[in-house]
Design a binder for this molecule. Sequence first.
Ligand code: GTP
Ligand code: MG
Length: 333
Amino acid sequence: MHPRGRANASPMTPEPPNVLSPEESLLVARVKDGNTRAGARLMRLVDDRHPRAQALLKALHPHRRGARIIGITGNPGAGKSTLTSELIAAYRKAGARVGIIAVDPSSPFSGGAILGDRIRMNAHALDTGVFIRSTATRGHLGGLSGSAHDLVAVMDAMGFDPIFVETVGVGQDEVEVVRLAHTTVVVVVPGLGDDIQAIKAGLLEVADVFVINKADREGVERTERDLRTMQGLKSGAGGGDVPVIRTVATSGEGVEALAALLSARPIETEGPRALARTRYVLEALVRERFAREFDKALAAHGGDGLLGRVLQHAADPWTTAEALFESVRDGAS
Ligand SMILES: Nc1nc2c(ncn2[C@@H]2O[C@H](COP(=O)(O)OP(=O)(O)OP(=O)(O)O)[C@@H](O)[C@H]2O)c(=O)[nH]1
Ligand SMILES: [Mg+2]
């Protein structure tokens, strides 16, 4: 019943997983040389969680260059994509090749967001010095996505620097994904008034820089004051450690200043912050792997049938979870 795969593949001597075929080696070589088509191909494999993607990423790893990674997050419609597009222009003017990863929160309601991003960044569509990619926050099976990180790795090896990761700050996972960045920009807009608390605590926590975008609107002063107050409350001191920059993304106002501020920030390669970033990346990769294995284990244990038994109290959740965990553990080796 089982298809044998390639005719010459012996079941006793499986292909060493990390050894690349000549075609795969060529693909990796092209990616590190910055070839756009090769890069796009590898990113597709990464996004599809193709079985060969990891081996390719591992081979690419020695060619990473250490690009600056900038996270951009904020409430829906705050102007993140417009701002990113302006930042791209600023960095392009300075001669940089810029990568952008637009993270889709994978909600059924966000179908238009990515399209919107694409249109807003259309100005850069024909520029080979700009690479724009979209991806989903969650792995296909609900885990925290490791693919944003993997796409960053590919762009970094291709020589794009800086790399922007834009994500909508609506849920924990969506905010969390910017933790893989060296610097996180949180975009807010004026006019929130008393509702500034509507900016999720999670958003405040990840901010290295606040941007008050749409500064052409009323209430900028108040928003800035509120932000500084919240900072003060958080740090317990005078606050204000986190810089606040005003922009009008639609006219480009303030964008040069923002780009200058971002470029001046050190890229931390050691210390607690760098370790936390690394920890996040590893956790995302492990969780994603776990989510995949969990789904397999659940299916192997009867899928909906098993869920039904737990639901009907015919099986207890603890014993069932133990059995599933053991399957995940044993299957993952
Ligand atoms: N008045 C004003 N409008 C702006 C400014 N920046 C962006 N906009 C408008 O705000 C709307 C949303 O902008 P986007 O850049 O798509 O916002 P976003 O945060 O990327 O949106 P999502 O990705 O859907 O969360 C667009 O209509 C922009 O033209 C600004 O500085 N001032
Ligand atoms: Mg956007």
